[in-house]
Write a protein that binds this ligand. Structure first.
Ligand code: SF4
Length: 557
């Protein structure tokens, strides 16, 4: 599969920029890790990650005449970095590096430095020589887990190793293509960027017999904070977010427990809280009083490099068509599966059986659709059959107000459409959250055209989740008799919305559904729907990184 190259990742002046010594450590660990961090600027938020690689100097006691945490930079050499400690031993200046983990063991179990650690300490030695004009003959690494000190001599070969690494790092900085995943899978299990690199999925893309291990977290335990009542204020106090409804009661939540803040209607958020959320990667989204998705705070970080890759791929008609076919197939199969599930539960209905059969025939047309326009026609047929039969999935004894007479929107004209529309607004918000988390461009999709304010890529990705995250819970909750015709809805003339009570109820159902697990049919591992939202965006990006084939496989069972 083709990997799409974009224009050069660096400008000529980048050659003059020094490299962090820790970036060379990443390079020796895995060139792809170096690329993700230095070129795509994908750093993990988790501070413990880097601490895992490098132990800070607080562990050591300060001694007179010795330097701790010394910052050095040399443009001629092209390096900069912070040496953990610099000590004088037998008249020689020796840099020290502290590592939390264990050392490598040689054939006779003698302690050795890991290759990446060796390169790092050699680079510090070269940096001290270049910046201070003094000769350094040795560097030392203390591995705290087994309390071992490894001495690394500095010789001509060591200096050449550092020079070669700097040259390789510069070459990678100029490259526009992500290096392949490492062949040493064990490195990935300890790699901080495995959840964004998705190495196991890349291996699976190249070898369908591969049995991937899940390195992507199965769940995101951070909660979504919904500020529902008009006038509720969201503020910041220290490392916490503070929710103050009109009645003055205050609720404080640690920021690390929050993944998103959703402001409904006219809830307010302070500038301090907005800045804080952006810095912590907490999504902030706005939903109107009528239940329409209004917009999101764009907190994306990272380089433009990946969005250029997205642009290069999604301006190619054949790629757009292939992805759109996968999307329509995924949604159509999900819709048909929902009808089939209902047929098993409800009384046999001829209309339902006919729709299921016809959908099977229409799904076969997706493959031969040779343009987005013809695919839209196929999608339209599937939607007409599905929505035409949806009422058959509802229990016959439901009140007439809770039956479904066809899809309508903006504004919804009946209760079932009010439920679906509110659910799709929440879903659009969640898909936007996932796109912004991953760092892609929401305005550049492959199927929906940029006609309205709604971001086309988010509309595209929503198709995967409409049935499992909205349609199914709506049908299920209706059949369980969870909706009150009067109390849960507000009716004004021909327009129907969810009441405050109804919205609270819906949000509860929706968040509960997002927390349920689903087993990916291709990777074979399970994860919650709320994690799957992000995984799908990452799998979509893989479609133009030469590691595709796993995107949009979600179908109900
Ligand atoms: S997960 Fe594996 S392949 Fe990816 S950057 Fe880390 S070590 Fe390299």
């Amino acid at each position: 599969m083709t990997a799409f190259a974009t224009q050069s990742a660096t400008s000529p002046t980048d050659e003059l920029l020094t490299l962090r010594v820790s970036a060379l450590h990443a390079l020796a660990y895995c060139p792809r890790l170096f690329y993700l961090e230095e070129v795509e600027e994908l750093y993990t938020q988790d501070a413990a990650v880097f601490a895992g690689r490098r132990l800070h100097v607080e562990l050591e006691e300060s001694e007179d005449g010795e330097w701790q945490d010394l910052y050095l930079e040399d443009e001629w050499l092209g390096l900069r970095g912070r040496v953990d400690a610099l000590r004088t031993r037998e008249g020689q200046l020796i840099p020290y590096e502290h590592k939390r983990g264990r050392c490598q063991r040689g054939e006779k179990k003698e302690p050795l430095a890991w290759e990446s650690d060796r390169l790092q300490i050699l680079a510090y030695c070269c940096l001290i020589e270049a910046a201070q004009g003094i000769a350094v003959t040795e560097g030392r690494i203390r591995y705290h887990a087994d309390n071992v000190l490894v001495k690394v001599p500095v010789d001509a070969a060591g200096r050449e190793t550092v020079q070669a690494a700097i040259a390789r790092a510069r070459e990678l900085r100029r490259s526009t293509v992500r290096p392949p995943v490492t062949e040493n899978e064990r490195l990935c299990t300890r790699c901080s960027l495995a959840p964004v690199c998705l190495p196991e999925e890349a291996r699976l893309a190249h070898d369908r017999e591969w049995q991937p291990v899940r390195l992507f977290p199965a769940d995101d335990e951070r909660q979504t904070l919904h500020a529902l009542e008009p006038g509720t204020r969201v503020g910041r106090t220290g490392e916490q977010l503070k929710l103050t409804p009109r009645d003055g009661t205050v609720e404080k939540l640690p920021a690390r427990q929050i993944g998103q803040v959703v402001l409904h209607s006219f809830a307010q958020i302070s500038t301090q809280a907005l800045h804080f959320c952006a810095s912590q990667g907490i999504g902030v989204h706005f939903i109107s009083g009528g239940g329409r998705y209004v917009g999101s705070l764009d907190w994306r970080s990272g380089s433009i490099q990946r969005r250029l890759g997205q642009y290069a791929a999604l301006t190619q008609g054949d790629i757009c068509l292939r992805l759109a076919q996968q999307l329509v197939r995924c949604r159509g199969r999900g819709q048909r599966q929902l009808l089939m599930r209902s047929r098993r539960k409800q009384k046999e209905s001829q209309a339902l059986t006919a729709a299921i059969q016809q959908m099977k025939a229409v799904l076969k047309l997706i493959e031969s659709a040779d343009s987005l326009a013809s695919l839209l026609g196929v999608e339209g047929q599937l939607a007409a059959l599905y929505f035409g039969a949806l009422d058959q999935t509802l229990a016959a004894d439901l009140p007439p107000e809770l039956h479904f007479a066809g899809r309508n929107r903006r504004p919804p004209k009946d209760r079932v459409n009010a439920l679906l529309s509110f659910g799709y607004a929440l879903l659009l918000k969640d898909v936007m959250n996932a796109i912004l988390t991953v760092g892609l461009e929401p305005a550049l999709g492959f199927y929906h055209q940029p006609r309205s304010q709604a971001p086309p890529l988010a509309l595209d990705l929503m198709e995967i989740f409409r049935v499992p995250l909205v349609d199914l819970p709506v049908v299920g909750s209706l059949n369980r008799g969870q909706w009150e015709v009067q109390a849960d809805f507000t009716v004004r003339g021909e327009q129907v919305w969810l009441s405050d009570l109804g919205r609270r109820k819906f949000i509860g159902l929706y968040e509960q559904r997002k927390a349920e697990s689903w087993k990916h049919p291709v990777t074979g591992y399970s994860l919650t729907y709320r994690r799957l939202l992000e995984l799908e965006v990452r799998l979509l990006e893989k479609e133009w990184l030469g590691e595709g084939g796993l995107f949009a496989q979600l179908v109900l069972r």
